[in-house]
Write a new protein. Structure first.
Length: 476
């Protein structure tokens, strides 16, 4: 049975938020050496340059100060508890160079300061912290709002997109007046309004293997709000190589996931998912949809885990995967373990630098679909010329059809198409369409493979039709 080391709140930021750690050793000194080997950040707070314990740190073995025993040579037995007790007059020691709070900030954060787990020391840590959020979308919106409100001193945001009307159902950091505006600018204005004491650092760029280490290296914690697998693996690998905690969140339809990946103390994202799914197998939120409130829940959990990490309070999600089902309003927790064979954080890592993540995720390697596309304008002309001789197949789902559909089209959802090929004339001229064009190209390939020779796909889907032809048709 190992020895339990109890970590005080002010020092938990150096132990990934852990309040107790199980270690082996025959003496207090050996246990302490093991602690400082696995959590090197503690060393300058516990030991002087000559290796002696600092004068403001006491160690208790069970209920006895080791100075009353044999100091660090005191023998320990399985089941013993070694407690670190900082002994500075006036409360917790000031760690590092945390900035002071103005009178206005003390008032603003007064509800935090009343919490013993936060207090003045914790709030100063929040002010000193530098947190990077990847994306200013569904997850990035709530987590950045709560980080700003909490007083995180510097919030970096990586994004290069503009605000679209379809974003506003869930991306609450933006508003109607921001349509067409860079999300970075919209988010900066909103966060500065929430808390003018917070510094916003904007990174208007796509995160790549060429710039990730430089950008992530400037921050203490990275919060992953991405919506694609290539960036997710890139963020994970960069965090592992840099030794940064990666606060993870993902959403789809009515379900969400959250965890904290920190390879120094537990598994990384690759330990959970060694490989990405094949391209197109897992639809994006744009194709599959997402309940607007869901990213608010998962993003808030990410903000919570980030704040806990900074102030060193509570139990981190390191080594745990939180699953949320909105329809059942149910949380489940799964234990995660480090994979010894993980290619980047395992016992014999094979990844030592960032790679081509689009190639790793199969982007650009999707099968080429035989057959041309047709533009919305060309389709309009041909429908006028050929009438019912041109067969328009809508391969979306019924609930999408109810939102909007092209007059004269026939609904055959992509999943039903293989079973309903007999309903179609093999000699007919067919145009498939969906929301944006992805599913209709798959339908085209399926029809071509089944022997249909005259098939095209509507480029841009019904969204392009609504934008350029049938103006006024609902878009989603």
């Amino acid at each position: 049975m190992p020895i339990t080391v109890s970590i005080p709140t002010p020092l938990r930021s150096f132990t990934a938020g852990q309040d107790t750690i199980e270690l082996d050793g025959d003496t207090v000194g050996q246990v302490l050496d093991e602690l400082l080997t696995t959590h090197a950040g503690l060393k300058r707070h516990l030991l002087q340059d000559d290796g002696r314990l600092r004068s403001f740190v006491n160690l208790y073995l069970n209920e006895t100060d080791i100075r009353q025993l044999s100091s660090t040579a005191t023998p320990v037995r399985p089941g013993d508890v070694l407690t670190i007790v900082p002994s500075i007059a006036g409360g917790s020691p000031t760690l590092g160079t945390e900035p002071s709070l103005s009178h206005a900030e003390v008032l603003r954060y007064s509800r935090h300061l009343l919490l013993p787990e936060v207090g003045l020391a914790g709030q100063r840590k929040l002010k000193a912290a530098r947190v990077l959020t990847i994306g200013a979308g569904g997850l990035g919106s709530p987590l950045s709002l709560y980080l700003a409100a909490a007083g995180v001193g510097t919030i970096g945001i990586v994004d290069f997109d503009v605000v679209d009307l379809t974003n506003l159902q869930r991306q609450i950091v933006h508003g109607t007046a921001d349509l067409g505006r860079l999300k970075l600018e919209s988010a900066e204005a909103r966060l500065n309004d929430v808390n003018p004491n917070v510094r916003i650092e904007k990174h208007e760029t796509r995160l790549t293997a060429e710039n990730a280490l430089e950008i992530l290296g400037e921050y203490d914690i990275v919060v992953d709000g991405t919506d694609n697998f290539a960036t997710r693996y890139l963020v994970n690998d960069a965090c592992v190589l840099l030794g940064k905690p990666n606060v993870y969140g993902s959403i789809f339809r009515f379900e969400g996931q959250a965890s904290v990946f920190y390879a120094k103390e537990g598994p990384c994202y690759r330990c959970l998912y060694a490989e990405p799914p094949p391209p197109g197998l897992v639809p994006s939120c744009a194709e599959g949809g997402v309940l607007g409130v869901l990213p608010g829940i998962i993003g808030s959990i990410q903000a919570l885990e980030t704040i806990k990490w900074i102030i060193g309070a509570g139990d981190s999600l390191v080594g745990r995967l939180l699953l949320f089902d909105a329809l059942k309003l149910r949380f489940r927790e799964l234990q995660l373990r480090k994979d010894p064979g993980c290619p980047i954080c395992g016992e014999q890592p094979t990844i030592h630098e960032l790679i081509d993540y689009e190639a790793f995720c199969g982007i650009g390697a999707e099968p080429a679909y035989a057959g041309p596309e047709i533009s919305a304008e060309e389709l309009r002309r041909e429908m006028d010329q050929k009438g019912p001789d041109l067969v328009l197949i809508d391969v979306r789902e019924p609930h999408e059809w109810d939102i909007a559909h092209i007059e004269g089209a026939r609904l055959i959802p992509l999943g039903q198409l293989p079973e309903r090929l007999g309903e179609l004339d093999g000699h007919a001229e067919i145009v498939t369409h969906c929301h944006h064009g992805v599913r209709s190209m798959k339908a085209l390939a399926l029809l071509k493979g089944a022997g249909f020779g005259r098939v095209r796909s509507l480029a841009g889907g019904i969204d392009a039709w609504a934008d350029r032809i049938e103006v006024g048709m609902p878009r989603y």
